[in-house]
Design a protein around this ligand. Structure first.
Ligand SMILES: *[C@@H]1O[C@H](CO)[C@@H](O)[C@H](O)[C@H]1NC(C)=O
Ligand SMILES: *[C@@H]1O[C@H](CO)[C@@H](O)[C@H](O)[C@H]1NC(C)=O
Ligand SMILES: *[C@@H]1O[C@H](CO)[C@@H](O)[C@H](O)[C@H]1NC(C)=O
Ligand SMILES: *[C@@H]1O[C@H](CO)[C@@H](O)[C@H](O)[C@H]1NC(C)=O
Ligand SMILES: *[C@@H]1O[C@H](CO)[C@@H](O)[C@H](O)[C@H]1NC(C)=O
Ligand SMILES: *[C@@H]1O[C@H](CO)[C@@H](O)[C@H](O)[C@H]1NC(C)=O
Length: 258
């Protein structure tokens, strides 16, 4: 189901603490301390760093997530609630009502191989930002304005690298949906979800600092983000990930089809 794309977005989505302006908000940014939980999802970590989610990374309830995603990124409440249902499976307790950021680290529950900025579980930490891996991904970000094709290329490249060198490489069709959502996330949060384009500087700043690019001039969406936006952008990435180019429509070709 297309809806499972949302699983992928969850890591990217979250919440703001107040109704402050951009500059007030950025002043709240503080990296994780040694007792704070963080996970594999750069956006969830970012929102916790800003205090839009609990700074300690614990007790992320439906209420917290809905408020956080609304305040930070102007996400629609029913969308965020749906995302909570998908994310709470990270908590192994039955009928859990919350999850913690470190629970997202459980390999092959939501966390998966071949992500853009984390090593595969087989090779090292599956949840701490890994510069080697990120450099591998951004080698495909070949212009100042990223397109769905560039982001899709980095996704495919990471999968090929993992498939070739990680003997435990696992990437199911569910992982694919989750992965598409993750790739779409920077476009949805920082770019234009109609054109599918996003400023590379903002995306790199976000991944490398786990901080919203407020000081670079970014502002949250005024129109709000709903399920439709997410489905549209994940679909763009999915199409852009095809390795087959459209057939040339020559006169001969048309004649043959007739
Ligand atoms: C968890 O957060 C909820 C609000 O979403 C709050 O009611 C509850 O007391 C918190 N639990 C703990 C253990 O902090
Ligand atoms: C959220 O989106 C749904 C449809 O996806 C819509 O029915 C609802 O009114 C929206 N909520 C808000 C607060 O905009
Ligand atoms: C979990 O929720 C279901 C449905 O509400 C209920 O039937 C079940 O007893 C609950 N399990 C536990 C361990 O609370
Ligand atoms: C970073 O990723 C590389 C490539 O997978 C791996 O060799 C290295 O051990 C990772 N570093 C950490 C700290 O996990
Ligand atoms: C987003 O992209 C669309 C389609 O290319 C364009 O019409 C629109 O002006 C862009 N929006 C912004 C805010 O740049
Ligand atoms: C991207 O954002 C940076 C930082 O705000 C800005 O300096 C740069 O001009 C932007 N690039 C494009 C292509 O808009």
């Amino acid at each position: 189901m297309k809806i499972s794309y949302l699983l992928a977005i969850l890591p990217l989505v979250s919440a703001y603490p107040g109704h402050g302006t951009g500059s007030t908000v950025s002043a709240h940014w503080k990296p994780a301390g040694s007792n704070d939980f963080r996970g594999p999802c750069p956006m969830m970590n970012t929102l916790a760093n800003h205090g839009f989610l609990p700074h300690d990374g614990k007790n992320i309830t439906r209420e917290t997530l809905v408020k956080g995603l609304h305040d930070a990124l102007n996400f629609n409440a029913s969308l965020s609630s749906l995302m909570f249902d998908m994310g709470v499976v990270a908590n192994p307790e039955t009928n859990a009502t919350y999850f913690t950021l470190d629970q997202l680290n459980r390999h092959n529950v939501l966390e998966h191989d071949a992500s853009l900025s984390r090593a595969d579980d087989f090779f090292g930490s599956n949840h701490i930002f890994n510069e080697t891996v990120f450099d591998e991904s951004r080698a495909y970000w070949t212009a100042e304005t990223l397109t769905p094709a560039m982001l899709a290329n980095s996704k495919i490249a990471r999968q090929i690298n993992s498939k070739a060198f990680n003997p435990q490489y696992k990437f199911t069709s569910k992982t694919e949906q989750f992965s598409l959502g993750e790739i779409a996330a920077p476009i949805i949060a920082f770019g234009n979800s109609t054109s599918g384009e996003v400023n590379r500087t903002l995306v790199e700043y976000f991944f490398m600092n786990e901080r919203l690019p407020i000081e670079l001039g970014w502002k949250k969406s005024e129109d709000g983000i709903a399920l439709d936006d997410i489905l549209r952008v994940t679909q763009m990435i999915s199409k852009a990930a095809s390795l087959i180019t459209p057939s040339a429509l020559s006169k001969n070709h048309v004649r043959m089809e007739l």
